[in-house]
Design a protein around this ligand. Structure first.
Ligand SMILES: [Ca+2]
Ligand SMILES: [Ca+2]
Ligand SMILES: [Ca+2]
Length: 372
């Protein structure tokens, strides 16, 4: 009889917890710090706390983070520090420090906006953390010196006031409003957030019906059928997944993670910390997140920047200098259709296709039509 009852209880639990391998919590967690940003005026407080899941694990909500101890990244726009330039051209970036990862590397400048909080790793090194975890909305600028290829890894948190149930106090009549996320970044080497980034969610809430959380074969934790305006309020479920201990490292294999989903600025933010720089700092970048902008609250994203130089340098008419082409081959690729490509050879041979014809140009320009 003992075995039979065990089987029955496992069957019941499977139904209880839906189709997820994550840990399930229900209701409000325990506050450990009531407000991480007491000195800055905001329409939200910034709490942090813990919650225990049905499998008896303790989770930090909204997320484990390095906000208190981490180096705060420099402000592009931050009303808490009275740094509010109206454009990139008028932003004073002279004091932004450079984190040296590779002495022989390239100094790269990055502009970052997150709804609400991010922590930036380059090659597994924590470069710094967002200066404002929740609100007011802010944006950051970062400089680091690194050799390609290099790996960007970012922890993203859509912060919450109602700890454990993924919601915020919008106003007196909307006390359990599910907040939304969003992340955009662009770097001076041409790297920008787009669908080539990997993005996986590790905390989903508020969930009214656990059966609406599905784990798809492409790695997506899908909540397509879940309500984004649930009525469970203080009794909603949350789902937590363990993060791989080395998720931020250069060599972590993110192949099983889904690609990032793209969102428009209109879906994410109209805040000055973004809009003042939308067409300058983030001219080529897209907002990204995991598959659910509202219910996914802790998302890890990764991008490995290849050793290839960016085509943007060509598009902008700058000198494109290849110092060390691998095996003497140079490959030019483009995601867009290019009518023609103008190349100036200084002193090297050019090998054309498989015909083994060699052309030598020195100090001359030639013009290659594409699609030949
Ligand atoms: Ca922030
Ligand atoms: Ca949310
Ligand atoms: Ca948010």
């Amino acid at each position: 009889m003992k075995n039979v009852s065990l089987i029955i209880s496992l069957f019941v639990c499977k139904l209880c917890f839906g189709q997820t391998s994550g840990s399930v919590t229900q209701g409000i967690g325990t506050t450990t710090t009531a407000n991480l940003m007491p000195a800055c005026s905001s329409n939200h407080v910034t709490p942090i706390g813990t919650i225990i899941s049905s499998d008896n694990k303790t989770w930090i909500v909204p997320a484990e983070n390095n906000f208190v101890s981490g180096t705060k990244l420099s402000d592009l726009h931050n009303t808490c520090n009275n740094i509010t330039p109206s454009s990139l051209a008028t932003a004073d970036l002279s004091a932004v420090p450079t984190t040296v990862i590779d002495e022989q590397g390239e100094v790269i400048t990055g502009y970052i906006f997150a709804d609400n909080y991010f922590e930036l790793y380059i090659n597994g090194i924590l470069i710094g953390v967002d200066a404002v975890p929740f609100t007011p909305f802010n944006s950051s600028v970062v400089k680091f010196k690194v050799a390609k290829p290099y790996t960007i890894a970012v922890k993203l948190v859509d912060w919450e006031e109602n700890l454990g149930v993924g919601s915020e106090i919008q106003n007196a009549t909307s006390l359990y409003h599910p907040g939304d996320g969003g992340f955009i970044a662009q770097f001076s080497d041409g790297t920008k957030t787009d669908a080539s980034w990997k993005a996986q969610t590790f905390y989903i809430a508020p969930i009214q019906d656990l059966n609406t959380v599905k784990e798809l074969s492409d790695g997506t934790h899908s909540t397509t059928t879940a309500s984004t305006s649930p009525t469970c309020n203080a009794t909603c479920y949350g789902i937590h997944y363990d993060m791989p201990s080395d998720w931020f490292s250069k060599n972590y294999n993110d192949a099983a993670w889904p690609n990032a989903y793209l969102y428009t600025a209109a879906q994410v933010t109209n805040q000055a910390a973004y809009t003042n720089f939308a067409t300058s700092a983030w001219s080529n970048a897209s907002f990204i997140w995991s598959s659910n902008l509202i219910l996914d609250n802790v998302v890890l994203v990764r991008k490995t920047v290849s050793a290839a130089s960016s085509i943007n340098e060509l598009m902008q008419g700058k000198l494109f200098e290849i110092n060390n082409p691998i095996e003497n081959n140079i490959q030019l690729t483009s995601r867009q259709t290019i009518g023609n490509t103008n190349i100036i050879f200084n002193e090297h041979y050019w090998k054309r296709n498989s015909t083994m014809e060699y052309y030598r140009f020195k100090g001359k320009s030639t013009n290659f039509l594409t699609n030949i």
